[in-house]
Ligand binder design. Sequence first.
Ligand SMILES: Nc1ncnc2c1ncn2[C@@H]1O[C@H](COP(=O)(O)OP(=O)(O)OP(=O)(O)O)[C@@H](O)[C@H]1O
Length: 573
Amino acid sequence: MLKLAKRMNKGMIGLAVLFMIIRTVGELYLPTLTADIIDNGVANGDIPYILKMGMYMIIVSLISIGGAVANVYVAAKESQGTGKEIRNEIYRKVSYFSRDEMDDIGTASLMTRTTNDVVQVQLIFMMMLRMVIMSPIMIIGAGYLAYQREPRMASVFLGTVPLLALLIGIIMYFAVPIFKSLQRKTDRLNLVFREGLTGVRVIRAFRKGQHEIERFDEANKDFAETAIKGQTIMAFLMPSLTLAFSLTNIFIVWIGARLISFDEMGAGNLVTFLTYAGQILMSVMMLSMVIMYYPRAQVSAARINEVLDKTSSVKDPARSQSLDKDKPASLAFEHVDFRYTGAEKLALKDIDFYAKEGQTLAIIGGTGVGKSTIANLIPRFYDVETGSIKINGTDIRDITQHKLRTLLGYAPQKALLFTGTIRENMQYGKPEATDEEIWHALDIAQASDFIKAMPKQLDAHVEQGGGNFSGGQKQRLSIARALVSKAKILIFDDSFSALDFKTDAELRQALKKETKDAVVMIIAQRISTVIDADTILVLDKGTIVGKGTHEELKASNETYQEIMKSQMREEDI
Ligand SMILES: Nc1ncnc2c1ncn2[C@@H]1O[C@H](COP(=O)(O)OP(=O)(O)OP(=O)(O)O)[C@@H](O)[C@H]1O
């Protein structure tokens, strides 16, 4: 918590303290003025004195109110501002995470941490800048002033304050663990909600709607029950305060009345004491509220720090090497082994190939053999375990990720579009791309026809995740987006799978003409997609079991022949 609190502006903290001191001193001074009015003004019937002191009280009240308002303003501004900074930093940090770190924390939890956890921390910052400053000054100040006035009456606080502290301690003993567990339950609630929303089509197709509703209901119930339990325990706080307050008042009035009747104390002191009692007990309660919320905020702070302290396993080199742009583009995997974090077995073993500009390299194989893993290693979503990947002869770990990614055009397996217009989506990798360049890329990707058919064309709206386009349309748009940047290394991870055979063939033909100075990697499961590639890698269980052209593999490679048999009729073979 302290680590996050250090982000607050020291000057603003100083201002909050100053304004709070002004407010508290004002509030502590007012009861003494009341006592003066009663003892010197009312008792002697001195109207001018009452009026003078009344005016004085109004001025002190106004200064005190001014301090209070200024303190709230500074506290709110600083806590909200710090919260905003923390959210920004989490977002910046996460955007540099490798897939390993993303998998480790999980998207739902990252969302909870950026929103709900930051709100908890903001709340405690706000409390710190207000109550934590005010309460100790108030308790010590009111206690001291009360003692100065009449030590015999002040002794009442020695009994009631510890009683209140004991009651609060008991409440906290039960409430704190409950509040701590609430953050975990918020995570679970978000996870189930997010899965239910993103998987809504699958859920409906499998008629699992009711099951999902019940799953959410269970997580929701668990969260609500825990929150209710916490609030129920908290509900004892107010009666405890009332009890302590009433006992204090009874004792003050009892002792006070006796002292007044023996003429040992003025009536004004009694009123002053009752006010001090209220101020002291209220401050104890406010402090206990902070102590009550603190553990929950501390859990939140730890969860935020976990994200902020996480270092990406994929690091930029201390000194980035420059790539020779004039050199012909090339992509090489040199004896690459790769294993997912925590996995026992290698996902890729001894992957070794080379492709130069103008060449198309295809990778074919069944599901789960490691095709996408190869594609994911090139933009350094993960780093290799042994061996190396080289672009234009330079190890990709020797250049910055930013520079590396400007060299790549990547169409992922799951075509993803962003909310906005077609133009904005196409300009994602090259913000300065002209309409002409965009249409050209759409032409190659066989996407211009359906975009032209839309009334707004390049200004047509794209819904979240590209929801208003078909799977095949999304794939073509995703291919066009990769082409717009005119990258020298183009990776198409199963990007042709939702296209019909005719579109698939036309697209590859147009692509071939356009990519004479680029290396094109096509990952596919269909033989027809890889048939024209210069080199085809046949992948099985993470290793290359065949390398060559279609004709060569057709003649000699068993795995390739099996894939062909499963996909083509005998006469086509
Ligand atoms: N994030 C991950 N963490 C752990 N293991 C993973 C992860 N992603 C993939 N794997 C495993 O690595 C292996 C290769 O997966 P990969 O996605 O590369 O296969 P693929 O050949 O592209 O399959 P498909 O054609 O079905 O997409 C699989 O056995 C898979 O279970």
